[in-house]
Design a protein around this ligand. Structure first.
Ligand code: 5GP
Length: 123
């Protein structure tokens, strides 16, 4: 694939762009979002760039989607109190900017603190 067509996340996976990687397995990588919107804000990304969004991933490889969700829980246990919000922006109108499927793991990191429900979405 031509350099210009590769996603920013493929370049992170290839080690061409630095990232604060917190998890790395055969099929998934997770790293801290460069512009965090919660005390814990991780991105979890399938290494394949075959799927642009979660709808394509669910149809094409549901097992990989299930692995992503289980890994999100493991990361929320490690980096916070185990409670987390899992967000897949899907489509430009929903705020998706990188068309290489990924989930945002958002969590509070102090035990006893919580994410505000009212901040789930803002126009
Ligand atoms: P989306 O808006 O597509 O759901 O999410 C893309 C996310 O990727 C954004 O939250 C943005 O801050 C993050 N992001 C974009 N470029 C980089 C980068 O080079 N490094 C890291 N760590 N995060 C990035």
């Amino acid at each position: 694939m031509a350099e210009t067509e590769r996603s920013i996340f493929s370049r992170i996976i290839a080690g061409e762009i630095p990232a604060d990687v917190v998890y790395d397995s055969e099929r998934l990588i997770a790293f801290r979002d460069i512009a965090p919107q919660a005390p814990v804000h991780l991105l979890i990304v399938p290494k394949t760039e075959q799927y642009r969004d979660v709808v394509e991933l669910a149809a094409g490889d549901p097992g990989l989607l299930a692995e992503l969700v289980a890994t999100a829980k493991k990361l929320a246990d490690e980096h916070s109190d185990g409670d987390f919000r899992l967000i897949f922006n899907t489509g430009e109108g929903a705020g998706q900017t990188v068309f290489h499927v990924h989930a945002h793991i958002l969590s509070a990191n102090d035990r006893g603190s919580t994410l505000e429900e009212g901040r789930l979405a803002q126009l």
